[in-house]
Ligand binder design. Structure first.
Ligand code: GLN
Ligand code: ZN
Length: 770
């Protein structure tokens, strides 16, 4: 019999119960007991769901109030010194207050400490709290969460498999907080804590422990490669009778195959979604003692599994190893998919036909079980029926006219190199644009959005509820837009924006207007802490049935003689922040979106919008994990952007915007996007970021390095901004420089926005005078 193995389950709750419980506790509106109770209920519900679904290896310690990496930092006592003053203040139940202080900062009782830094978990949209290490870092078992949760499940009659992030990956995802050492050298100090953890679990009776080592599927240097075997030998010795499961995901093992299959563990988990063909090379190497856990049901996306296809792979493994040494599993933790498709009931935004192609976390458990039964061969009537339904769903996806639009496919196939190239080189365009706009040196602009006040959000909510009419809503938006245009004129900003008051989330705004998109009501996925996102679903060929932004952009332009920027989201960002179809390459989907955006660019151009910004804040985060795959990605991502922005007149000025701080390895690709102007985030790094734009490779087009940080309500002085601009001028020729904030202003309030922009314009004028 093939066992079923689950790696992790979403923990915010089907209706974001944990988010609500956390936030009530933070706001001091509920007690710690209430929070602990809410968490307990979620864990219990999750375990029972998995048990009922027939999962054999059910995870525990995958629950987290905020982040599982932060849980581990607390467990191994990697608590940065700035929190030590809080140690005496924490409750001893779960050290919850200390924990939340590390997650969110702490300002109370005269203490003021910042939160730990947060960053994206590998190539997902989930953010973890980055472990901080010092040179003389010590580790000490500090929390028994892993044991408490194991025992809690057991008291409910459910045997679980505790999950631990492995020690090598844990160190590698962290950061040195001082110079003079390499964090991987802390491994010898860290392992004893893992040994203690495993000893405690062995004593408690745990039969399996899952050790996540996703780095084993990434590019590793020789030094790290050599650490895996001795590390796992120590863990295995401490684990005694526990069967360890070394767990990899998000990539194929590739050059690390030999290391992985020879680890002294009971089982090895492989991602067969990302590493589709790795069985071919792994199977011949598997020693007789090793079991393979096949990650065959996608843990990162929301599509139904294709049983027929999966069974071929499973058979390949069973033929080589026998049924007893093959487990069926999702490819990764199910943390990255929404909870339960059965909670979706809106036929309008998610048609029944599309819904029939989907599987959320709960449905994926059933798929894992079905596949195990089907592969085993003793198939009951209900499973056989589901197999038939699964085949029918797969067939309907291959052929449904809802998905397949021949004219979109044809247009995408026929994209030529000319479609991905502006007519003239930048220098020619720049002259034409200068003749047309006659902008001063150091032209000023903003990134697009202006404050989304309570009022603005209320209009949108009221319109949705039917509390106000479309006309009333439009009138309110028009007034807000007009006020914003007048304000920008008054401030003497050179290139204006309309303010984006009609938009909530940018990807949702475009997704709702594009064909090929569906939306969920409860498809929440944890992004960080209590923050969840509801990514739209691209299920079919994408095109633009009608204008999306022309109305508000041309309205804004009609109010002023200054140029107003059209404001669009770029194809790669739209792709990156959606659930993406898996029946064609990501690049194909991106090109389809690019053509839809191009149609909008041309419609704006026709409506008299002469400057158009296409935001691509997510282009860098789409970078594949393995170096060998990065060039190919950058090629099509950049080309897709160019397709969306190239078929325009020389004197139409294309802007793009990105707000992150890592350009070093991708600067030439960013330049290849060939936007006339790029605005970027730089103020928090004091313009250091510009080094990437002015190093050996000189960025050729215009740049607007953000001169103030919009993430804080603090109003910067004119002098600070003058100072930053001088720093910029020292590395980038003055003729190339624009003046703007770091990012959109939608999270700010009006008073600080006005004050900051006033100083910003003055700063630009000071530079002009120099
Ligand atoms: N134009 C968008 C805004 O100003 C850009 C948002 C972003 O960079 N994420 O809000
Ligand atoms: Zn931004």
């Amino acid at each position: 019999m093939l066992l079923t193995n689950n790696l992790g389950y979403p923990r915010v709750g089907a209706f974001r119960e944990l988010k609500k419980a956390n936030e009530a506790y933070w706001a001091k509106k509920s007690s710690v007991e209430e929070l602990l109770e809410a968490a307990k209920k979620i864990r219990e519900g999750n375990w029972k769901t998995q048990k009922d679904a027939g999962i054999d290896l059910i995870p525990s310690n995958d629950f987290s109030f905020y982040d599982q990496v932060l849980d581990l930092s607390l467990t191994v006592g990697a608590i940065p010194a700035r929190y030590h003053s809080l140690l005496s203040k924490v409750d001893n139940n779960y050290s919850l207050d200390l924990y939340f202080a590390m997650a969110r900062g702490f300002q109370q009782d005269g203490i003021d400490v910042t939160a730990m830094e947060m960053t994206k978990w590998l190539d997902t949209n989930y953010h973890y709290m980055v472990p901080e290490f010092t040179k003389d870092q010590q580790f000490k078992l500090t929390s028994e969460k892993f044991l408490n949760e194991y025992n809690e499940a057991r008291s409910l009659g459910i045997e679980t498999k505790p999950v631990l992030l492995g020690p090598i990956t844990y160190l590698l995802i962290g950061k040195e907080k001082e110079a003079g050492f390499n964090r991987i050298d802390l491994l010898d100090r860290l392992i004893p804590v893992y040994e203690q953890i495993l000893a405690k679990l062995a004593e408690a009776g745990a039969q399996y422990v899952q050790i996540d080592e996703p780095f084993l599927a990434l590019d590793l240097d020789e030094k790290v490669k050599a650490l895996y075997q001795p590390t796992f030998e120590k863990l295995a010795a401490a684990a005694k009778n526990i069967k360890l499961i070394a767990t990899t995901y998000f990539e194929a093992l590739k050059d690390n195959e030999d290391i992985a299959v020879n680890l002294p563990v009971h089982a090895l988990h492989l991602d067969l979604v990302r590493g589709e063909n790795q069985l071919d090379t792994v199977l011949p190497k598997v020693p007789a003692s090793l079991t393979l856990s096949l990650g065959i049901v996608e843990g990162r996306n929301i599509w139904k599994n294709d049983y027929e296809k999966s069974l071929v792979k499973i058979k390949q493994a069973v033929d080589a190893l026998g049924k007893d040494r093959v487990w069926i599993a999702p490819s990764s933790s199910l943390l990255h998919v929404p909870f339960d498709l059965d909670n979706e009931h809106n036929e309008q935004s998610l048609p029944a036909e599309v819904k029939n192609w989907l599987a959320f976390a709960k449905q994926k458990l059933a798929e894992v079980k079905d596949l195990a039964v089907l592969a085993d061969g003793e198939v009951d009537a209900a499973t056989a029926e589901r197999f038939e339904a699964n085949k029918a769903a797969a067939e309907s996806r291959r052929t449904s006219p809802l998905i397949h639009r021949p004219e979109v496919k044809e247009r995408t196939n026929n994209i030529t190199d000319d479609d991905a190239k502006r007519t003239s080189p930048f220098a020619v365009r720049k002259a034409a644009q200068q003749a047309k706009f006659n902008l001063p040196a150091f032209p000023t602009t903003t990134i697009g959005s202006f404050p989304q006040t309570k009022d603005v959000r209320k209009w949108r909510a009221d319109l949705k509820k039917g509390a106000i009419t479309q006309e009333e809503y439009d009138k309110a938006i028009a007034e807000e837009t007009e006020n914003t245009i007048r304000l920008q004129e008054q401030l003497d900003i050179d290139v204006l924006v309309h303010g984006e008051f009609e938009r909530n989330d940018m990807v949702e705004y475009f997704g709702e207007q594009l064909a090929g998109y569906a939306f969920t009501q409860n498809g929440w996925v944890q992004s960080y802490g209590s923050r969840c996102v509801k990514p739209p679903i691209i299920y079919g060929d994408v095109y633009r049935p009608k204008d999306m932004t022309v109305r508000w952009s041309s309205y804004a332009q009609s109010l002023t003689n200054r140029p107003v920027k059209g404001m669009l989201t770029g194809p790669v960002t739209i792709l990156q922040w959606s659930f993406v179809r898996n029946d064609q390459p990501r690049s194909t989907t991106t090109y389809q979106i690019a053509l839809a955006i191009l149609d909008e660019v041309q419609a704006l151009e026709k409506a008299g919008i002469k400057i158009i910004q296409i935001d691509e804040p997510a282009i860098r985060e789409g970078l594949p994990l393995r170096k060998a795959d990065q060039k190919d990605y950058l090629n099509w991502a950049v080309r897709a952007f160019r397709v969306s922005s190239s078929n325009v007149a020389d004197d139409t000025q294309i802007h793009t915007h990105m707000c992150y701080s890592e350009f070093n390895n991708v600067i030439e690709d960013i330049a290849a996007m060939d936007a006339d102007v790029i605005t970027i985030e730089t103020s928090r790094s004091q313009m250091k970021l510009l080094n990437a734009f002015a190093g050996d490779f000189k960025y050729p087009n215009d740049i607007g390095p953000g001169v103030y940080d919009i993430h804080s309500p603090r109003v910067p002085s004119k002098d600070e901004m003058v100072d930053l601009l001088r720093k910029a001028k020292a590395v980038v020729p003055a003729e190339q420089l624009w003046v703007n904030p770091d990012c959109g202003l939608k999270t700010r309030a009006w008073p600080e926005t006005k004050a900051a922009l006033e100083s910003m314009v003055e700063a630009a004028k000071t530079l002009r005078a120099e």
